[in-house]
Design a protein around this ligand. Structure first.
Ligand code: ASP
Ligand code: MG
Length: 450
């Protein structure tokens, strides 16, 4: 079978007419790209989330007008506008009706239905753009392919059903020579209701589709030409990484690098599908390939920064010589759907970090009062804010001598609130004051990479 690529374009890549045109050029220049997954045009999902959370009529009208403007600024530059503008008007009317319902009573299912409209609109417009250029693009409702559970806001795909639907609907389309233009981020549950995979979920959708299609690679087109040794906005000397491993990329994403959604890698890793990250605005600049076993594997690969961290310190005298304390604490956290990132323990206490806000589509606070109440019944809870995680990503970090020395040398002037070293071969994690974070990243970058 011919080489098959699934391409995904992020929100900034489809933000306006020129950006979308650049994407169209990339798609048309690459005959291997047979499935195209899009995010909503930049800004649209945020607006829709605001509507989904319920707002007054005046604000609703303002948002609708803003969303309309974003989409119409693109449509107005198309050659044939009638059909696509009718579609967009119809979708805008849905948004308006759903937003009114949400202002009366919000629900998770309603939110997902509403928020899904961003991707519906961007894909309609992009399909028209390609068709005008004579490219055999067809719009596909991804909900007919991606089946999920009903955990609205962060739904999990049903892999088996997704595979069946891809076999029945998507594969024949590709076999006919069509290029499928479809939505990231959304799916459908068994009841036929729209679901979303969580903010930034379009990458996940692309990897998932690549997996069920047995694709050769996933091309993630975004606004940066690849993955860097650290965020170039923080450390201007950051360099692009040409190839890196899934593990390294997963650590980077988990610890704050914005380029790849952590879950993107799940379907790609388990099916060993290489992932490319490049800039849709400057494809000629090249990008980063993420693969299972790239060579070489340097000790230090990158530095990731994740802001907005909360530190919970849980202590209990009953932990002394006792069994089951950790199990109970984790049971409570699991019940509240909190995933713990970094943890250290002592005889009578454990310290763990949480994101201030979760990744569910609604952006709700992770540290809910309900969680605190439940923990408080069980142990003493101390909460600290304004912290950031700085993670040093690399290879065989825990088996090489001298790693700690190199890091601590750079970290010397700063207070390190917590450090986690030894659990992962791919990272060393430190928790620091938010106000020190940028300086720490710069000084680590200089010491390890420059
Ligand atoms: N449009 C969605 C979001 O903004 C999904 C995505 O862009 O990946 O989160
Ligand atoms: Mg995005």
């Amino acid at each position: 079978m011919a080489h098959l690529s699934v391409a995904k374009f992020g929100g900034t890549s489809v933000a306006n007419f020129d950006a979308m045109t650049a994407c169209a050029n990339i798609v048309m220049a690459d005959p291997n790209t047979r499935v195209v997954v899009l995010s909503a045009s930049a800004g649209v999902t945020n607006f829709l989330v605001e509507l989904a959370n319920g707002c007054e009529k005046e604000r609703r009208d303002e948002i609708l007008a803003a969303v309309r403007t974003i989409q119409y600024n693109i449509i107005e530059k198309l050659q044939q506008q009638d059909e696509v503008s009718a579609e967009i008007d119809r979708l805008l009317q849905h948004i308006e009706a759903l937003a009114e319902s949400a202002s009366l009573a919000t629900s998770a299912a309603l939110s997902d239905e509403l928020i899904s409209h961003g991707e519906m609109m961007s894909t309609k417009i992009f399909t028209q753009l390609l068709n005008e250029r004579g490219y055999p693009a067809v719009w596909l409702d991804v909900r007919e392919i991606v089946a999920t559970d009903n955990h609205y806001g962060k739904a999990a795909p049903n892999d088996e059903k997704t595979q069946q639907q891809a076999d029945a609907i998507l594969k024949p389309l590709i076999a006919e020579g069509k290029i499928a233009i479809t939505q990231g981020f959304i799916g459908r549950d068994d009841e036929g209701k729209t679901t979303t995979l969580g903010r930034g979920g379009s990458d996940y959708s692309a990897a998932l589709l690549a997996e069920v299609l047995n694709a050769n690679d996933v091309l993630i087109w975004t606004d940066v030409p690849g993955i860097y040794t650290t965020d170039p906005r923080v450390a201007p000397n950051a360099k692009r990484i040409d190839t890196m491993s899934f593990n390294e990329a997963a650590e980077m994403a988990t610890f704050g690098a914005k380029v790849l959604h952590p879950a993107t890698l799940l379907p790609a890793v388990r099916s060993n599908i290489p992932v490319y990250v490049g800039s849709s605005k400057a494809p000629e600049q090249g990008g980063t390939w993420v693969t299972r076993d790239p060579q070489p594997r340097p000790t230090f690969r990158a530095i990731a920064l994740r802001r907005n961290q909360i530190l919970l310190t849980l202590s209990s005298l009953s932990m002394l010589h006792a069994q089951g304390f950790l199990a109970n604490v984790f049971a409570i956290l699991a019940k509240h759907k909190i995933s713990v990132d970094v943890i250290t323990t002592s005889e009578v206490s454990i310290a763990l970090t949480l994101d201030k806000t979760g990744s569910a589509s609604s952006g709700a606070d992770m540290l809910s009062q309900a969680l605190l109440d439940e923990l408080n019944e069980y142990c003493h809870v101390q909460v600290e804010h304004d912290l950031a995680l700085v993670a040093i990503i690399g290879n065989n970090l825990h088996t090489q001598s001298g790693v700690a020395k190199q890091l601590f040398q750079q970290l010397e002037p700063y207070n390190i609130r917590l450090i986690s070293y030894g659990a992962s071969t791919n990272n060393v994690c430190t928790l620091v004051k938010s106000s020190d974070a940028d300086d720490i990243v710069r000084s680590l970058h200089q010491g390890l990479f420059e």
